[in-house]
Design a protein around this ligand. Structure first.
Ligand SMILES: [Mg+2]
Length: 270
């Protein structure tokens, strides 16, 4: 572990539950990022929540005092863009069941978001879900168009007294109606999402770490990509839950918070 931390060149952060909770940044996030800058360790932020655009996340991080270059923020919209360009290069026109922020990123990624004659259907996190568009989506799926879901989350975490059905819940409804499941789900825990970050920064898996608060997305993706998987206990998962997983899916390191990880990293750089 000491050796792997000593060789770190880049840390990929989950956001909610890892560097902030809702709109409240953790006290140790800014000092941790300062340590990384001092040690010349780069960082990126990945999230499955594509109801906001990259620009909106950059603005949110800036309000919290975090300077994040635009390309350091990767949402499941970017994972979908990467998947489409890699696996379905003929696709240009997308019918999207999603929110405006995600659509903005798909358009910036070179796709045309259309209502008619799409090449493929993308189901994302549509917070303005509309019955007529749901019907239209089901009809397009029945026509046999390629079908991508951005991410597999069933619900979006919230501390409000409500439940936020997320992408997988919308896909389940469409499956009931059409019998179709998405052909690809490029968001976490799909290791291609993390591999795209490694490719962008010319990183090897053994010089990269991923830290997050969820076992079945953050830790799973890191393990499957061969990246150092760090679980922080500031969000969803507990250490007891981590220990119940098969060894190949367990985090390589569990920390109570970023302060503890900072101590590990500082010690490895002595
Ligand atoms: Mg999280």
């Amino acid at each position: 572990m000491q050796a792997r931390l000593a060789n770190l060149r880049h840390i990929v952060f989950d956001m909610d539950g890892t560097i902030y909770l809702g709109s409240t940044i953790f006290d140790d996030t800014l000092p941790f990022l300062e340590l990384l800058r001092r040690l010349n360790i780069g960082y990126s932020f990945v999230t499955n929540n594509c109801s906001h655009s990259r620009a909106e996340y950059v603005a949110k991080l800036r309000r919290m005092g975090i300077e994040a270059p635009a390309d350091s923020v990767v949402t499941s919209s970017h994972a979908a863009i990467h998947y489409l360009k890699t696996h379905l290069p003929q696709v240009r026109r997308l019918f999207v069941l999603g929110s405006p922020g995600g659509n903005e990123d798909l358009a910036l990624g070179g796709f045309t978001v259309v209502e008619d004659t799409p090449d493929a259907v993308v189901v994302a996190f549509d917070r303005d879900l509309d019955y007529d568009r749901l019907c239209r989506t089901a009809y397009l799926l029945k026509q046999g168009l390629p079908y991508i879901a951005t991410h597999p989350d069933k619900v979006c975490p919230t501390n409000e007294p409500t439940v936020l059905p997320d992408c997988a819940a919308i896909c389940a409804l469409l499956e009931t109606a059409t019998g179709r499941k998405p052909e690809a789900i490029p968001g976490k825990p799909n290791p291609e999402m993390l591999q795209a970050v490694l490719d962008r920064h010319s990183l090897r898996p053994d010089e990269t770490a991923m830290i997050g608060d969820r076992l079945y997305t953050d830790v799973r993706m890191a393990r499957d990509a061969g990246v150092l998987a760090i679980l922080t206990l500031t969000g969803e998962a507990s250490a007891a839950e981590a220990e119940q997983l098969p060894p190949q899916l367990q985090p390589n390191l569990i920390v109570n918070n970023l302060t503890r990880l900072a101590q590990h990293i500082a010690a490895s750089h002595k």
